[in-house]
Write a protein that binds this ligand. Structure first.
Ligand SMILES: [Zn+2]
Length: 55
């Protein structure tokens, strides 16, 4: 079991648990997500860039 939450600035992250399970993509647009295979939690972090300009 792991308690670490991986923070990402991307809205979609991938997880394969180092090849232990098929590669899956987790959508973080809601702010956070969890891998359905290994249970790894991901959290989206905001960043002060021009990301908003791309919307
Ligand atoms: Zn995983």
């Amino acid at each position: 079991m792991r308690n670490t939450i991986i923070k990402s600035t991307e809205e979609v992250v991938s997880c394969s648990d180092n090849g232990q399970h098929p590669l899956v993509y987790i959508n973080l647009k809601a702010g956070s997500g969890q891998c359905q295979y290994c249970g790894q939690k991901f959290s989206k972090t905001s960043k002060a860039t021009n990301e908003a300009l791309a919307a």
